[in-house]
Structure formats: C-alpha cells, structure tokens
Design a protein around this ligand. Sequence first.
Ligand code: GH3
Ligand code: MG
Ligand code: MG
Ligand code: MG
Length: 324
Amino acid sequence: LRASAAREAEIEALLMSRTEDVKARAKLLVVDEDLTAASRLESLLAKDNQVDIITEPSSALISVVEGGYDCVIISTGLSSYDPLRLCSQMRAIERTRLLPIILIAEHGETGLVARGLDLGVNDYLMRPLDRNELLARVRTQVKRKRYNDLLRKSLSQTIEMAVTDSLTGLHNRRYLDSHMSMLFTRSISRERPLSVLMTDIDHFKRINDTYGHDAGDDVLRDFAGRLHRNIRGIDLACRYGGEEFVVVLPDTDAQMAAVVAERIRGTVASTPFLIRNGTTGVDVTISIGLASLQPRDDSVEKLFKRADIALYEAKKNGRNRVVG
Ligand code: GH3
Ligand code: MG
Ligand code: MG
Ligand code: MG
C-alpha cells in the first residue's frame, strides 16, 4: 500500500512537471468526405490545434495509425463509407485502441450516435455546431489522452525498474521467478529442450577485500556485459543475487548449452577485468553449473536444484570450470 501511494505521488509529480507536454498544441484529424464541411470544421478548430483533413475515408485508417494524432473527429454523412466502420477498425488496432474519437452527426441522427458510442466513440456533437462547445469537447478528449499516455509510460517505467537489476542492467531474480515457469511449461508442452546455467564468480570476496567494494561492482557490471554479449536474444540472463547469475537457454540441449557455458567461462578467464577507471586489471574466473530439462522434471525447482549441485561440484573440483 505504501509503495502504491509513493508511486501515485511520483506520477503526480511527473504530471506536474510535464504540464507543458499536456498543454501543447493538439494534433487533430478531421475525416469528412465533403471538403467544404471539412474546411469549415478546420477553421473552427485551427486556432488552438494543428488540423489535418482526410476526405478519402478509405485511406483514413492508415493516416490515423501513422499520424500520431491526439484526437480524430469523424463526420457522419460519408456517402460511400460507413463512418462507424472507421471507429470499429480503430478500436481493433492496438495503436489506436485508446485514441479519442469525436463523432459529428447530423441533427437527429440519434440512432447512429448510439451505435457509435457502443463501438467506443468517446464523445459526439450534432449539427449545427457551436464553436465553443466543439473546442471544449476536443480539449477534454486531448487532455484525457495525454494524461493517460503519461500514466501508461510512467507505469511501464515502474514495472521495468521492478524487474531490472540496477547495478548491471540485467533482469533480476523477480523477473526470472515470474518468467521461468512459463519457459518451463512451454518447453515441456512443445517437447523442446531447455537448459539453465548457474554461474558464480570465483573468490569474489577476495576482489572486494583486495580492491574495494566499488571495484567489485565494476567487475559485476563488466561480467554482466560479457554474459549478455555471449548469449542470444531469446536467452534470459539474470542477476540471481550477489555475484551469482542465472542464464536460461530455451531450445538448447545440454550439449549446446555446454558450448555456450564454455564460451562464457573462456571470455571471463582470458581477458582481465578493468577496475579503478581502467588503470588496473584483475584476473577473474567463474564456475558454472549446467542443468537441462529432463522428461521426468515436474518442477522448475528440480531443474535449478541440479544446476546448483553442478555448480557446487565445479567449485569443489577447483573452480574456473563448467560442470553438468
Ligand atoms: P566462491 O568462489 O566460493 O564463490 O567464493 P566467493 O568469495 O565468491 O563467495 P562468497 O559467497 O563467500 O562471497 C561473495 C561475496 O560477494 C560476498 C559479498 O560481500 C559480495 N557481494 C555480494 N553482492 C555484491 C555487490 O553488489 N557488490 C560487491 N562489490 N560485492 C558484492
Ligand atoms: Mg559463494
Ligand atoms: Mg562466488
Ligand atoms: Mg556466491
């Protein structure tokens, strides 16, 4: 609860700091087959807004998707085209699903307006138009959209932060925990291999003790980079805690995983890690425990347990090696 209150305060502060974004001139699209009517709408709106006009309804959807508009104003009375079709198309496409739509209807078109509202039209006006009312309704929709955009952006940043390790930029254990069961289940149901590398830096405490904690942090960051550069985009690298990292390799059997693990081990052992602004090189080694999915595995825990045991073996057998 406290966390969500803090986030609300954070979002509020963000919105306050972004009022300029929220107040900036709006970009509007007017869709009306009748150029005269469209131009009249434009002249009513042009003072506060940038207005584009589309008189070719068949190309309206592309413009709407590509144009980065704040609000779309659709006029009814499009003879060759059902104006509500554009509304339902917009609502079906992810990028325009929440884009405000204002419907301009002819006097008395109450049935059409009702259908439009059902399809997700946000607001409507009936002709004859009152300029102030039109501007006010557009302003309301634009403001709502911009606040929602900011909220969504802020929320996705918050989520991103919650699943990222701040020191290395890799995913954190929380992310691994939430994704691992999905990867596990998917591999089993598709009868595809899946491998896990449990990776631990050797004698890391000595690095801290000899060169200091900041140097230890440099080594962790550098290691995360080497790890990341040696895996594929679909692989998942996480900082599991401290100086322990987990790599999940989908569609990878034990033999292929051993090649990857050996490559990572070699990358670490062969090139010293630079600390103290690049003035000092430290030799670092890692130990890796490897485990692959077996048909009898019925839980993620069993898979991880085997990787853990393999890592323990690697340490016991002299470190700087892959076991599994
Ligand atoms: P082993 O080869 O058996 O793995 O020995 P080790 O010294 O690497 O293992 P141990 O688990 O005893 O020590 C890990 C150390 O990692 C202890 C802890 O202070 C340090 N550590 C954990 N997190 C961080 C961090 O974020 N930054 C730094 N600099 N050190 C960390
Ligand atoms: Mg240890
Ligand atoms: Mg260690
Ligand atoms: Mg450790």
